[in-house]
Ligand binder design. Sequence first.
Ligand SMILES: Nc1ncnc2c1ncn2[C@@H]1O[C@H](COP(=O)(O)OP(=O)(O)OP(=O)(O)O)[C@@H](O)[C@H]1O
Ligand SMILES: [Mg+2]
Length: 274
Amino acid sequence: MLEIKNITKKFGALTAVNNLSFNVRKGDVFGIAGPNGAGKSTLYNLITGLYPFEGSIRFNGQELRGMPPHRIAKLGIARTFQIPQTFPSLTVEAGVGIGNCFGSQDGFDSSYVDQILKFVNLDRKRNQKTGQLNLLDKKMLMIGAALATKPKILMLDEPMAGSNSREIISLMDLIKRINQDMGIAIIIIEHFMKVLTELTRKLLIIQTGTEICCGDPVEVTNNPKVIECYLGSTKDGEKDSENATGEHRNSESHAGKNAAEKNLAGLNNAGGKP
Ligand SMILES: Nc1ncnc2c1ncn2[C@@H]1O[C@H](COP(=O)(O)OP(=O)(O)OP(=O)(O)O)[C@@H](O)[C@H]1O
Ligand SMILES: [Mg+2]
């Protein structure tokens, strides 16, 4: 369905994405992880038409390179952002409705918007202003607006960031339902390895824009090259294991992690061990 071949993106002297290739098939859940600044969000920006790049991205056989974002959305590729973005003065219903107007090929469909509001559990809050929503509901709204475009692929950028363990469980349940009940393929960027090993069928690890390895999520998270890429080669255990849990240096969306989330996140927990 999505074929990414030898894509490279340079910002001046910095190569943010370096000759990456991978495929996402219909119905897949495909994971992407890597340290801060690895190029994960840039990759989404390339797939959704925000920047020019070298290489090729084909979606159901059609080349996306050079295509504007609104056309890519209408073909069936939707995304969410690392930091939830809403129009604060609009209602929840309007926020989801905008997604339907912008991305759907079939024109505005209010009954579909209703369906999505129920699916993301925002039906009862449909008349609230989006600016009043808590973080979990803002994320649900952002996912709802993306689903309202009737996508074939939904790309999630760190959906668990800043969430507590209860919220992580809700979001994981939603992602499974989107994939299984709606038949939408998922690409998920995430730092929580436990989430990736539970949700995904294939996992790509990148560092400084370059593939470190790609394959079965449990095997990938046990790969020594991946462990080194997260932990570094120093023996400074406490500091380094903070990195392995995906602590961020520079993103306000990661401020709210607690100990339970760190347990969920640990590389050593990959594969379902307690
Ligand atoms: N528009 C831009 N102009 C210049 N440099 C950029 C731009 N966007 C991203 N970069 C740089 O490209 C590199 C990759 O950034 P990107 O945001 O893709 O990383 P990331 O893997 O998503 O990191 P994080 O886990 O912190 O979200 C970083 O060094 C970043 O500073
Ligand atoms: Mg990012």
